[in-house]
Design a binder for this molecule. Structure first.
Ligand code: AR6
Length: 182
C-alpha cells in the first residue's frame, strides 16, 4: 500500500494528525522555521525528549553550517520520533534535510527524509502524517524540485500510513505541490 496524498496551505503546528514531521537540524536542539514553530507551540517536553535522544546517538564528525563540530547528532536523511507535547498529534518525527549549496544538493538525501519518516511512522502505527516542505527554507532547496522529490518519494514508498498531508506555508509552496500532483 501507498499513502493518499493531500495538500493543505497553512501552519503545520495547527494541524491534527497522528504524526507531524519536523524539518530539524542534526543537533535536534531546535532552530528557526518550522522547527522553531513546532518547539514553541509543542512546548518543552519535545526538547527534553530530543536532548535524551541526542545523548543516545553516537558521536559523529557532523559540523554545523558554520563549521563548528556538533558532536552527537542525527545524520542528514534520517528520522527519529518524540512526543508531540501540546500539539494536536501523538508524535513529532524529526528528520534532517540536506542543505542546497551553490553546487547543488544530494536529492537522495532529501528523498531519504520522506522515506525514513514514513518508516518511523509505520513503526509507531501512525495512519495520518503531516509533512512540511523539507529543506525549502533555511536549507534553500528550490521549491519545484523539492516538491517533485517529496511527491515522487511518497508515491514510491510502501507504507501502512493512509494519508500523507503536505502542509505548505505559503502560496508558492502550495502551488509547487499542486503542479506535482497534477
Ligand atoms: N508550518 C508549515 N511550514 C512552515 C512553517 C510552519 N509553521 N514554518 C516554516 N515553514 P525551514 P529547512 C516552511 O527553514 O529548509 C531550522 O532552523 C518554510 O516556508 O523550516 O529544512 C532547522 O532547525 C519552508 O517552505 O526548514 C534547521 O536548522 C519549509 O517549511 C533548518 O531550519 C522548510 O523551511 C532546516 O531548514
Amino acid at each position: 500500500m501507498t499513502a493518499t496524498i493531500t495538500l493543505v496551505q497553512g501552519d503545520i503546528t495547527r494541524q491534527s494528525a497522528d504524526a507531524i514531521v519536523n524539518a530539524a537540524n542534526s543537533s535536534l536542539l531546535g532552530g528557526g522555521g518550522v522547527d522553531g514553530a513546532i518547539h514553541r507551540r509543542g512546548g518543552p517536553e519535545i526538547l527534553a525528549e530530543c536532548r535524551a535522544l541526542r545523548a543516545s546517538l553516537p558521536h559523529s564528525r557532523l559540523r554545523s553550517s558554520g563549521g563548528t563540530p556538533i558532536g552527537r547528532g542525527l545524520p542528514t536523511g534520517q528520522a527519529v520520533a518524540t512526543t508531540a507535547g501540546r500539539l494536536d498529534a501523538r508524535w513529532v518525527i524529526h528528520t534532517v534535510g540536506p542543505v542546497h549549496q551553490a553546487s547543488g544538493g544530494d536529492p537522495a538525501l532529501l528523498a531519504s527524509c520522506y522515506r525514513e519518516a514514513l518508516r518511523v511512522a509505520d513503526e509507531l502505527g501512525a495512519r495520518t502524517v503531516a509533512f512540511p516542505a523539507i529543506s525549502t527554507g533555511v536549507y534553500r532547496w528550490p521549491m519545484d524540485d523539492a516538491a517533485r522529490i517529496a511527491v515522487e518519494t511518497v508515491r514510491d514508498t510502501p507504507t501502512a500510513v493512509e494519508e500523507v498531508r503536505f502542509v505548505l506555508f505559503d502560496d508558492r509552496a502550495y502551488e509547487a505541490f499542486v503542479r506535482q500532483l497534477g
